[in-house]
Structure formats: structure tokens, C-alpha cells
Ligand binder design. Structure first.
Ligand code: AP5
Ligand code: MG
Ligand code: ZN
Length: 213
């Protein structure tokens, strides 16, 4: 089953992804996490992605689609994946739907998280992220302890692109390029519009109910 977590920066995609992927029995594929891992490992891809990410812009479509194609051919992804942060431009969405068609796969469901912009800024500027496993925390809403509860790492950091200035650019980019992806996905899959406000458990319950999980 191929399911998409869709929504603006800070809407809770990464937070909801872990439990949802586990319940669906598919891997969580987050292009942002893939780029950040490459950045940490100092790969050429990481170096290329860094300049775009630090500026709050999108990594070029051709680079991103190649990475996703590679990931979708790995053994654990053959039965479907939970996408987080992809596709985020109309060309990426059109590429993916064509790729699905030529590989006998299909888009099943989209979870579209709706959160007002004021709440987003507060969520992102308070976010802390595990550098090892990408688990997300929030200084007020989900405070991290000394170690990451998911992997035990003590390496819990603030993302480089979580400054107020870069967040505003990411929100502008979302409005300019990513919002238009939803109608494209809607043409291929069932879209569930989910209220992303309220606490983390309440949002999870809404998602699971919408997907009959
Ligand atoms: P990416 O890593 O995908 O970032 P994003 O889309 O900006 O989304 P975020 O990760 O910021 O937000 P989220 O929705 O996951 O929220 P979270 O759950 O963490 O992309 C980063 C960059 O990589 C892009 O800018 C681009 O440069 C590049 N990139 C990635 N994909 C690309 C692509 N396809 N094409 C081109 N470039 C690409 O939650 C946020 C905070 O809120 C956390 O602190 C969390 O604890 C808290 N929180 C969550 N839910 C709640 C709740 N219900 N109540 C209170 N707090 C909550
Ligand atoms: Mg995320
Ligand atoms: Zn961790």
C-alpha cells in the first residue's frame, strides 16, 4: 500500500509517520531525512542538497526523483511505502504517477494534515530532532529526555533550517510549489483531509480512523 503524508512544514508529518508506517507494515520514506543523512555522512548528494535546504528551497526535481526511484526498488519497499515530504512539486507528482503506472504500482491514500500558519511557526521553532534516527520532539509539546526514546542516542539537535527566517522561506516555497501537488494526487488516490491541530495522540487517532486502521 502506498500512502502519502502531505502538509506544510511543521504540520506533523514526521511525528505521525513512525506509528503509521509500523501499522501499515511499510517503510517510512522521507526525502528530507534521506538528504539530512547524506549531509551528515558528507556524501556528494548531501553537499548538493545542503545549499538548497539551508536556503529553504527545494532540491532539484531530477535529483530528488532519482533518489526516490532507487529507494522504491529496494526489497522492503516493493509492497508499498509511506511517503513523507514527497512529492512536493507538480513535476515530482507527475513523475511518480507515471513511474507507478510503468511499474505496476499505484497511489492508494493521501493523509493531508491541515494546521494554521501560527501554530506551524511555534511547532517548528520549538522542534528538536534526533540526529541518528530523525525522531522529532518539541520543547513544550513533546520534550526530549537526555536520550532519544526511539534509538537511545544523546545526539538531539535543532535542525539547521528551523530558524524563523528559513521557516518563512519554506512556507513560501510550500505555497508556490507544493500546495498544487494535492489536486494531482487527488486525481489518483483517496485524499483524507485531517485536522492536524490538537495533541499528537488526537491527530494520530483521526488519521487511523480515516484509514480504518
Ligand atoms: P523536510 O524534512 O521534509 O521538512 P518539511 O516538509 O519542511 O517538514 P518538516 O519536517 O519541517 O515538518 P513535519 O511536517 O515533518 O513536522 P514534524 O512532525 O517534525 O524537508 C526539508 C528540506 O529538504 C526542504 O526544505 C527541501 O530543501 C528538502 N526536500 C525534502 N524533500 C524534498 C523534495 N521532495 N523535493 C525537493 N526538496 C526536498 O513536527 C514539527 C514540530 O511540531 C515537532 O517539534 C513536533 O514535535 C511538533 N508537533 C507535531 N505534531 C504536534 C501536535 N499535534 N501538537 C503539538 N506539537 C506537535
Ligand atoms: Mg519532517
Ligand atoms: Zn533517535
Amino acid at each position: 500500500m502506498n500512502v502519502f503524508l502531505f502538509g506544510p512544514p511543521g504540520s506533523g508529518k514526521g511525528t505521525q509517520a513512525k506509528d503509521l508506517a509500523e501499522r501499515l507494515g511499510v517503510p517510512h520514506v522521507a526525502t528530507g531525512d534521506i538528504f539530512r543523512k547524506n549531509l551528515r555522512d558528507g556524501t556528494p548528494l548531501g553537499k548538493l542538497a545542503k545549499s538548497y535546504m539551508d536556503a529553504g528551497g527545494l532540491v532539484p526535481d531530477s535529483v530528488t526523483c532519482d533518489i526516490v526511484a532507487d529507494r522504491l526498488m529496494q526489497a522492503d519497499a516493493l509492497g508499498g511505502v509511506l511517503f513523507d515530504g514527497f512529492p512536493r512539486s507538480v513535476p515530482q507528482a507527475e513523475w511518480l504517477l507515471a513511474w507507478f503506472a510503468s511499474h505496476g504500482r499505484r497511489a492508494d491514500a493521501v493523509v493531508s494534515l491541515e494546521v494554521p500558519e501560527g501554530a506551524i511557526l511555534e511547532r517548528i521553532t520549538g522542534r528538536r530532532t534526533c540526529a541518528q534516527c530523525s525522531a522529532t520532539y518539541h520543547v513544550v509539546y513533546n520534550p526530549p529526555g537526555a536520550v532519544c526514546v526511539k534509538c537511545g542516542s544523546t545526539d538531539i539537535v535543532q535542525r539547521r533550517d528551523d530558524t524563523a527566517e528559513v521557516v518563512q522561506k519554506r512556507l513560501d516555497e510550500y505555497a508556490a510549489q507544493t500546495a498544487a501537488v494535492l489536486p494531482v494526487l487527488r486525481s489518483a488516490a483517496t485524499v483524507h483531509d485531517i485536522d492536524g491541530t490538537g495533541d499528537i495522540a488526537a491527530v494520530k487517532n483521526r488519521i487511523f480512523a480515516a484509514l480504518h486502521l
